[in-house]
Design a protein around this ligand. Structure first.
Ligand code: NAD
Length: 249
């Protein structure tokens, strides 16, 4: 399927996990793809790599301008870069709150601001934000992370409203727990990684973790030219966690 032939995409956090799978899937469907990442060293051709920190506006503006110049414009933006945080409201200090919100929320704003002039020139403009089931699920021990993703959900809807008349669609995906290097690091840090993995698997009605490719597939679907009537939605990719309301057996 070459439904992205001629389209140009930018994926933030595209060097690892969900972003990497998304960049590779977009390229396999015909798009020319640039990755913006803190550490893009592992990114190979045909993907283009740009080093930037979404919490640093100057580096974002430089990287987006360079990617758009190299690609000859932008049609698709995937705002995916993000960081995790664990604990209740008592466990993280103000600096940590500011840092995580700055990356997970304001980071998307910075990249979008830099990309919008290019997206306005496209006749297939789409933005997909990587949100999380944490935005709506009330997960324990995830106060800061959940607040950041709740903001991403609200931001997605507001951006969809603001830019719909310009022909720019904005949607998000809400993954459950996805088997990425991020979750690998979380498991390694747990006292009993196997038990922690089993608990995460049991939380999802399908009884397994989501794969990065499954989230990438949802992102690419929302970004694609065949989704032209879809904007302001959140697509769950969570093994049924939100929709089925099942409790672990
Ligand atoms: P990952 O750690 O495998 O990949 C994240 C990538 O983002 C890395 O390449 C990292 O270098 C980059 N990055 C981090 N901070 C950055 C910054 N300040 N500027 C630029 N790049 C930065 O993680 P992942 O699991 O693929 O997560 C990607 C997104 O998916 C995040 O937004 C995360 O919140 C979301 N998500 C993940 C899960 C999960 O279970 N893995 C679930 C729901 C949502």
């Amino acid at each position: 399927m070459n439904d992205f032939d001629g389209l140009r995409a930018l994926v933030t956090g595209g060097a690892s996990g969900i972003g990497r799978a998304t960049a590779e899937l977009l390229a396999s469907r015909g798009a020319r793809v640039a990755v913006l990442d803190l550490d893009p060293g592992s990114v190979d051709e045909p993907l283009l790599a740009y080093e930037a920190d979404v919490s640093d506006d100057a580096s974002v503006r430089r990287a987006v301008a360079a990617a758009a110049a190299e690609l000859g414009g932008l049609d698709v933006l995937v705002n995916n870069a993000g960081v995790g945080a664990q604990g209740t409201v008592e466990d993280n200090d103000d600096d940590t709150w500011h840092r995580v919100l700055d990356v997970n929320v304001v980071g998307m704003v910075r990249v979008t601001r830099a990309a919008l002039p290019h997206l306005r020139e496209s006749s297939h403009a789409a933005i997909v934000n990587t949100c999380s089931i944490a935005a709506t699920a009330g997960l324990p021990q995830r106060a800061l992370y959940s607040a950041s993703k709740g903001a991403v959900l609200a931001l997605t809807l507001a951006m969809a409203a603001d830019h719909v008349r310009e022909g720019i669609r904005v949607n998000c995906v809400n993954p459950g727990t996805v088997d990425t290097p991020w979750v690998g690091r979380l498991l390694e840090a747990a006292p009993d990684p196997a038990a922690e993995r089993a608990a995460l698997e049991a939380r999802q009605p399908t009884g397994r973790l989501v794969t990065a490719q499954e989230v990438a597939s949802a992102i690419v679907h929302l970004a694609g030219p065949l989704s032209g009537a879809t904007t302001g939605t959140a697509l769950a990719v969570d093994g049924g966690m939100q929709g089925l309301r099942l409790r672990p057996a």
